[in-house]
Design a protein around this ligand. Structure first.
Ligand code: SOE
Length: 387
């Protein structure tokens, strides 16, 4: 198999997992990485065994050995780096959210389509085998028409007022914090699994920790509270939000998102109730799919390739009883991205589970609508789907 060269821009928390995922594919070369300064990038390239350290991301883009760019920069740099990569003729795998503003997300989507290059957004929770199983079951009518889609995405890594992240700074994280960072994942998953689209939202946002100590450097996600006291700063972006949802198939829904909720580490839960049955999945126990029934006993489907629908089986790599988790699901999405690249990155050759810039753009419209709903005091907002 012909090898593909990749480069990564933005070597923070998630970068190691991108590199791990491409290493596991076995047919991708890690050419190098670019970060904020040559000194820190050189250190990080050594730590991650990630090839060359480039002084600037533009040098990485100019390297003909790099065919695919993984954009893992903070949100405010997503647009600039992804656009430059597309213009340099590189396929792009971007972290979510695709961009801080929906206009920028649209620009990126248009640029990628025009360039005929692969454009992927890491809505990585799609990569779990039991998520794909739930999606197939719903598409095959196993739970009947969907009536209710609900769940949450709860974390606690921002609980301590001495923890600060660029995600809380509207200039770097975007207008929303928790909704853009993790609510975006939940909405993508809900739409992907149900095959239905969210067409209206009513949101209530809240900032629980309204003042934080801001250290000199922003902490990586999950890094914990700062050791030294920092400057006190008012926080305006939401760390807690609840949203009512309406779907285009008539289903109703609700989701709560929060990042200051003690005990919840990365607790994404999604339950879908149909007229003839229910399915429920929880990210922290990803090897079990709850199957709810009205007139017979509920059941739990364990992740075992032999028990899965063929459409989901390829996402499970180990026999039942050998748990697979976050890194495996992440790798599945990256594997689909490279499959798409090898197949010429056309609409017809895209793996069905792969999240693209179209999904990233749609998602940014949803987050915008939630912010607007809250700003208007809790008024329903429709999402017009321009794609
Ligand atoms: C921090 O909230 C974070 O790392 C998100 O940015 C990721 O997208 C999510 O998958 C895990 O939590």
């Amino acid at each position: 198999m012909k090898r593909i060269g990749m480069g990564l821009v933005g070597p923070g928390f998630i970068a190691a997992h991108h590199l791990d995922a491409v290493r596991r594919l076995g047919h991708v070369d890690i050419v190098g990485i670019a970060g904020s300064s040559l000194a820190s990038t050189t250190r990080r390239a050594r730590e991650l065994n990630a090839g060359r350290a480039y002084a600037h991301y533009r040098d990485l883009l100019a390297d003909p050995a790099v065919q695919v760019v993984h954009n893992t920069t903070p949100n405010h740099l997503h647009r600039e780096v992804s656009l430059a990569a597309l213009r340099a003729g590189k396929h792009v795998i971007s972290d979510k959210p695709l961009a801080s503003r929906s206009d920028d997300a649209r620009e990126l989507y248009d640029a990628a389509r025009e360039a005929g290059l692969a454009h992927v957004v890491t809505f990585n929770y799609r990569g779990y085998p039991l998520v794909q199983q739930a999606r197939t079951m719903i598409a095959k009518g196993r739970i009947g028409p969907t009536v209710f889609v609900h769940g949450c995405y709860l974390q606690d890594w921002l609980t301590d007022a001495r923890t600060y992240s660029w995600r809380l700074d509207p200039k770097r994280g975007g207008a929303s914090s928790a909704l853009g960072d993790i609510g975006s994942h939940w909405c993508d998953l809900a739409e992907h699994v149900t095959g239905a689209r969210i067409v209206a939202v009513l949101a209530d946002l809240h900032t629980v920790v309204a003042e934080r100590e801001v250290p000199d450097t922003s902490a990586k996600a999950f890094a914990g509270a700062a050791k030294a006291p920092g400057k006190r700063q008012a926080i305006t972006s939401e760390d807690l939000a609840s949203v009512l949802l309406r779907f285009d198939n008539g289903a109703r829904g609700c989701v709560t998102v929060g990042q200051v909720l003690p005990g919840h580490k990365n607790d994404l839960r999604l339950e879908i109730n149909g007229r003839e049955g229910s399915v429920g999945w929880r990210q922290e126990q990803p090897n079990a799919l709850w199957l709810g029934q009205h007139a017979k006993a509920n059941a739990v489907l364990t992740r075992d390739p032999a028990l899965l629908d063929p459409s989901a089986r390829g996402y499970a790599h180990l026999p039942g009883g050998h748990p697979e988790a976050w890194a495996d699901a992440f790798r599945n999405v990256i594997a689909d991205a490279y499959t798409w690249i090898r197949r010429g990155a056309t609409e017809a050759t895209r793996p069905a589970a792969l999240p693209t810039f179209a999904d990233g753009y749609r998602n940014s419209l949803l987050v915008d609508a939630m912010l607007k709903s809250h700003a208007q005091g809790g008024v329903w907002q429709s999402i017009d789907d321009p794609l």
